[in-house]
Design a binder for this molecule. Sequence first.
Ligand SMILES: [Zn+2]
Length: 459
Amino acid sequence: MKKPKQKVFVFGVDGMVPELVFGRYKKDVPNIARLMQEGMYARMRTTIPPTSIVAWTSINSGRDPSETGVHSYTEAPGPASMNTLITSENIRVPMLWDMLDKKKKTVVALNIPLTYPVRPIHGAMISDFLTPSFDEHSVHPRTLKSKITKLLRGKEYLFDVAGFTGYKKLDLDMLIKKTYTMSAQHFRVAQYCMKHYDWDLFNMVIIGTDRLHHMFWRHMDPHHPRHLKNSPYKNVIRDYYQYTDRELGKLLASSKIDKHTTIIVVSDHGMDRMECRINLNDWLRREKLLILKNTSPPLEIPRRLRHEEIDWKKTCAIASGGYQGRIYLFGKEKVKLKSYLIKKLNAIKGERGEKLQNRVFDTKTIYRKKDGKAPDIIVYFDNLRYGVNNDIGNFGLYSQETTVGIDDAGHSPEGVFVMKSPLLQEKGKIETVDALRIAPTILKALGMQHKNLPGKPLL
Ligand SMILES: [Zn+2]
C-alpha cells in the first residue's frame, strides 16, 4: 500500500490570545476547541521582542532573531540612517518554504508577515501587510495574481486594513468593516489555494485579530484603565474570534485535509491591555544620552524623532519600539552604560508611583549568536502592560498616545499553540512551548530533516 502523504496545515492567527482562546472565548471557537481536545495545546513563549515580523520569521525558520537578522520593522538606527524598513530580503536564514522548495515540495504561504518580496517557490506565495502594491513581487505565480483579480471581481486586494499603522486612526466602524472585507478576501483566496494546489505545507496568517485587539480591547476588558462599560463595541473581538473559527472550520472541511494531515493553530504573541506608555526617548534625553543638535527646532509639541536632528557625535543611546523598548547604544563606554541603564530601567515606576514588573534584557545574554544589528537592550515595562512612546517633546514620563495613535492593547509575551497530528505522542494541555520548536515540528511532520535546527520537535 502507498504510504499516505504527510502534510501540514498551519493556521496562523496574529496576536490570538491564550487567555481568551483557552478560557473566556473557548465556547466561541468550537473548531479550535475540537483540535485542542483531539490534540495538544499550550501557551507559546514567543521571541524577544514579541514583534509580529520578528516572531513569525522565527516561528517559520526555527531560528532566533540574532540568527534571522530580524529584530524589528526597521534596521538598527545609526549615523548613516534611521527608520529604514526591512523586507524579506533581510532574512539571513532559510525559511520553511525555502527548505521545502529545495526538496521539490509544494508550499502555499499566504500573508505571512515579512514575505515581501515573495520567493518564486514551487507552489504559491502572497505577501503580507507590509506590501507596497499588488504586483509580481507580492504574488507568486503570476497566474495566481490574475486568478485573484477574477475571484475579487476586480476589487482591490487588501493586504492590511489601512497601511502599516493607519488602522490606529481609522473610525472604529470603518475599521471593523475593512477588517472583515480584507479577511473575507484572504479566506476566499485561501479556499482557492487549498483546492487548486497539491500542497505539502499550507501556511497562512490572519492579521485582523491583531488590528482589532489593538483598537477594541478596552471595550471588553473591565480591568482596562479606560474601560467603557456596556460599550456597543464590547463584542467586537469575540465576534471576530467566532468568525475566524468558522472560516477555519470551512478550511478544515476541505478534502485536502485528512487524518494524515498535521494541523497547527498558532499565534505569534498574545495581547494585553495597555495601561500607559513610557516616553523613553525623552527619558534618554534627560539622562543626557540622546543629544539633539542645537539647530533642532524647539520641543513645543510631541513629534517623531528625526534622524537629521540627532547629534550623532554626542549621542550614546536611542530608543525605538511601541510596545517593548529597544535601546541602541553608541560610543566607547557601551559596556558600562549598558549596566547603568539596565539598573535604571528596572527601577522605573508606574504612573501612580507603583512598582512595575519590568523585564530588562541584555541581548548579549538571551540570543544564540552575537549580532551587531541587535538592539543592546530590550525592555518590557510592567511585562508589556506599559508600552513605549519613542516620540520626543512629551510632557513628563508618561503618555497615553503617540503621534501614530492610541492603542487599547499591546503585545504580550505568550501566544497560542494547538496541534492535532497522527504523530502526536502527548495529548491535552502541555507546558509552555518555545517558538523555536515549531519549525522543527513542521519538518518532522513532513518527514524532513530537522536536526540542524536548535529546537526539539513536539512530535
Ligand atoms: Zn503579531
